[in-house]
Design a binder for this molecule. Sequence first.
Ligand SMILES: Nc1ncnc2c1ncn2[C@@H]1O[C@H](COP(=O)(O)OP(=O)(O)OP(=O)(O)O)[C@@H](O)[C@H]1O
Length: 283
Amino acid sequence: MTQHTAVPDPPPAAAADGPAIQLRSATKTFAGGGGAPFTALRDVDLSVAPGEFVSVVGPTGCGKSTTLALISGLEPASGGTVEVAGAPVRAIPPGVGYMFQTDAVLPWRTVLDNVALGLRYTGTRRTEARERARDWIGRVGLGGFEKYYPHQLSGGMRKRVSLAQTLITGPSIILMDEPFGALDVQTRELMQDELLRLWAGTGAAVVFVTHDLTEAIALADRVLVMTAAPATVKASIPVQLPRPRRVEEIRLEAAFLDIYRRVWDALREEVEISRQRGARRVA
Ligand SMILES: Nc1ncnc2c1ncn2[C@@H]1O[C@H](COP(=O)(O)OP(=O)(O)OP(=O)(O)O)[C@@H](O)[C@H]1O
């Protein structure tokens, strides 16, 4: 086993240029569809530096996906401010890539066409899009599968297609919502390593939502713990572990376990509050 010692986080790649993402007192209240309005997020303050990898954990239903929806412009904030690259978010900002739990691969298109699709949407010519897609298919370890259709691939392979689809446009911000949640444990660890390998050196800021604390810590420079709904940031815990990392090794380190304890200490109470509310609702 490689012995890692705790070292300080490297300075964010372009901190002098300001944060990649900044939320100030961001609040989101949904209309409630006939019922009372529902506040999912309250006074969320969040700043993500260029090149920084931030994981977000919190109790089920607390508002993690809603936070991503605000950053991506899919939902407007009801209060406070949301900025990407210094500009207020009014629509889907340029340079933002997404990856969700559900694959965005189109079943009627081949791997090659699926990966090329993102570039085609941005106006890249077909030949160039396909050439770059071939390169990315190789980088995610799917060389030789260009002509396959999604139903001919395993879950892990489809995730690799999704990763290539997300990264091919060179996003400066990547939003990930439990992207590996549906995978078995071994495939999930493989994909976590793949993500770290492919993300390294891109300079992209990542916001990664997950329920899996090991995944959250193994990947990130910092773990944000959200409160039970309405969500606000309860704790921001730095992950001062060296990179490059291998998930199956790093998760056994003493420093890792120490961080795990800190994250769980912050999260435990919120999970309990959330459980009690759930129990009251079904009582
Ligand atoms: N469009 C919407 N309209 C009304 N309520 C919504 C809407 N989107 C989300 N909500 C509510 O906001 C709350 C937070 O939802 P969100 O999906 O952000 O939580 P989450 O932390 O990502 O959940 P999970 O951990 O289960 O993935 C939930 O109670 C949800 O029902």
